[in-house]
Design a protein around this ligand. Sequence first.
Ligand code: ATP
Ligand code: MG
Length: 226
Amino acid sequence: MNDFPVPLVGIFGGTFDPVHYGHLRIAEEIAELAGLREIRFVPAGIPRLRRSPEASLEHRVEMVRLAIEGNSRFILDEREVIRGGVSYSVDTLRELRQELGKDVVFCLVTGADAFMRLAEWHRWRELFELCHFIIAARPGHLLSTGSRASPGALPQELEAECRDRWISSAESLKYVSGGLIFTAQTTLLDISATAIRARVASGKSIRYLVPEDTRDYITANDLYRE
Ligand code: ATP
Ligand code: MG
C-alpha cells in the first residue's frame, strides 16, 4: 500500500467539441485548490452517452493540444482516441494505474452535469475503488450549496452510493486511494461547446469563449459551419 500522502493526478475527460474557457478555467482552479501534480485532458473517442461529436477526433485532439500548450500541469492524454471505439473511464483508469504505478492517487474531474449522470456510466460503482471525484459547479447544474449534494439533486441510487463519500476539504484526497467526493467551488462560467458550435454555425463570434489558437484552428479548418 502507499505511503500517504501521495501526488494527485487529475483526469479530465470530455468530448471537447471544442475545448473552451469553461474547461480550462475549472481545470486550472481545481489543479490549484486540490494541489494536483498534473491534470490529464482525455478527449473521448466515441462517447457512449451522447450523440456523435461534430468535429473529427483528430480535430478535437488538436484543439485541446493548442489550448493547453504552455501550461506545464496540463497534459494531453490521447489514450481513448488511440484505443478507439467507445470510451469507458474504468478502462482508462485501470490503464493509467498500470502506467503510473501505485504511488499516485487519481481524481476524476467532472462538471456537475456530467456527475449527475454517473449512474449511467459503464461499471460506475467500480470507479469509487479507482479514484476520487472532484466536481466543478456548472451554471444550471449547481448540485450543491456546501460540500455535499443538495437533497434530491442526484438520482436515488447515485445519492445512496455517494452518501458517505463527501468531504469538505480537498486536503483529505491525498491520504486515501479513492472513493471520496469533493465539490469544488470554481468560478461559474456559463460556456458550453453546444453554444459555441451554434454560434459558429450562425456566423457569430466566439472570441473570448475559446483560446485564440483554438479559434484560429476552427476558422482555418472550417469547423462547425452549417
Ligand atoms: P457539449 O455542450 O457539447 O456537451 P460541454 O461544454 O459540456 O460540451 P464537454 O466536453 O461535454 O463540454 O465537457 C467535458 C467536461 O467538462 C464535463 O465533465 C462537463 O461537465 C465539464 N464542463 C464543460 N463546460 C463546463 C463549464 N462551463 N463549467 C463547468 N464544467 C464544465
Ligand atoms: Mg457536455
